[in-house]
Design a protein. Structure first.
Length: 328
């Protein structure tokens, strides 16, 4: 009859044999299993602070690097020496961290977008670059940071850059128009009466054509005409800038979204605002919800060229275009 095992002295479990590697001098050393490393980066304009942890959350180290291509290479080399890099969380992949995100994507390192820590966590844990970098690494480890940043390359990035300049010119033109009307309201009676019936481009052209006598610049009417001419010529320059941006955007949007750009009422600005191809995102999907101004109101109809990416609240609040009206 076999003897029952003792409860006070349980049987010894078999131990897995260790693996040894030979050194050049003939001795042997135990092979170390490669550990998973999770990184976090707090990005700034001139420097980036990186931190690394292992799969259990143990801190492996932190270091500051220059926000330059050479600094990106040093950061990637440093974190790679700590183990097998599983994931890196980066703050601000669309601003200060854009260059580092591109460098890590080229090095085939999985990166995720990390949001800024909330105020409650900042008050409880403090605020510093090492703490923010560790928080980013822990967010990558826990899966709290799961957003995949855009690659920011190709024609879509070119469209985005051109639209930034165009959007700024439109805002400046609107401010100049408001300023033009404000000056007219407080202008001398004769000048105000001469401009009262003019609107839009006619008003701009009339003010831009004023002749100024600098000898009589101390006269309020002459000074007001000088101010109106300066503002009107600023509006004309901004209009030329907007038209130049539209000319540059048109071939880009037509190339990446020919069917969308061909729809009635969809110009270069609307097509560039609404459309984002799959290659913009590493996983092939858009990261933001679709916009009503770009997607037909019939939810069962597919978009012509690809998924929609609304890059700002302007796309959500803009008035409907003829496309959304006729497709409803």
């Amino acid at each position: 009859m076999p003897k029952a095992p003792s409860l006070s002295c349980p049987p010894v479990q078999p131990v897995r044999a260790a693996t040894f590697n030979a050194r050049k001098d003939g001795t042997f050393r135990m092979a170390k299993q490669m550990r998973k490393v999770y990184g976090g980066v707090d990005t700034h304009g001139r420097t980036h602070h990186a931190a690394a942890i292992d799969g259990t959350g143990r801190v492996l180290g932190d270091r500051e690097f220059a926000a330059t291509p050479a600094g990106y290479r040093k950061l990637i080399s440093w974190i790679g020496q700590l183990g097998d890099v599983a994931k890196v969380g980066i703050e601000g992949t669309g601003s200060y961290g854009a260059g580092l995100a591109r460098a890590m994507a080229e090095a085939n390192i999985q990166i995720v977008e990390v949001d800024r820590p909330d105020r409650r966590a900042r008050r409880r844990k403090g605020k510093s670059d090492p703490l923010d970098a560790l928080a980013a690494a822990r967010a990558a480890l826990s899966g709290e940071a799961a957003g995949i940043p855009k690659t920011r390359s190709g024609p879509v990035e070119a469209i985005r850059a051109l639209r930034v300049a165009r959007r700024g010119a439109i805002k400046a033109r609107t401010a100049a128009f408001n300023q033009l009307h404000e000056v007219i309201v407080s202008a001398p009676a004769g000048l105000r009466a001469a401009l009262a019936e003019l609107r839009g481009q006619q008003l701009v052209d009339r003010c831009a054509a004023f002749r100024i006598d600098d000898v009589r610049i101390d006269d309020p009417a002459t000074a007001t005409k000088a101010a109106l001419r300066a503002i009107a010529r600023r509006i004309i320059a901004l209009q030329d800038e907007i038209q130049a941006a539209d000319r540059r955007l048109a071939p880009l949007t037509t190339a990446v979204a020919p069917r969308t750009a061909a729809v009635f009422g969809v110009g270069a600005e609307v097509a560039g605002r609404c459309w984002s191809p799959r290659e913009t995102f590493p996983n092939g999907f858009a990261a933001r919800p679709r916009s009503r101004i770009c997607v037909p109101w019939n939810r069962f109809r597919r978009v012509a060229d690809g998924p929609i990416d609304t890059d700002s609240t302007a796309a959500e609040t803009a008035p409907p275009t003829p496309r959304s009206i006729w497709s409803s």
